[in-house]
Design a protein around this ligand. Structure first.
Ligand SMILES: [Zn+2]
Length: 65
């Protein structure tokens, strides 16, 4: 699926079976809004834990201590 990093916009195979049309829809959304589109092989938007973003990133970075 393709999804927007700035709002709830998304398109997956259930919404639009055509890969070409999904790509075009993503481009249209970017052009119209200036939002950033990302994509994933998953059918659902990647979810992050409901924690502060900075803490989440820190948890993913290996400690160098
Ligand atoms: Zn958007």
């Amino acid at each position: 699926m393709k999804y927007c990093l700035d709002c709830d916009w998304s398109q997956n195979a259930a919404d639009e079976p055509s890969q070409r049309n999904r790509s075009q829809a993503a481009i249209d959304h970017h052009v119209e809004t200036g939002h950033t589109i990302d994509s994933t092989e998953s059918l659902v938007r990647p979810m992050t834990p409901d924690v502060d973003g900075e803490v989440f990133v820190r948890d993913l970075v290996p400690s160098r201590d």
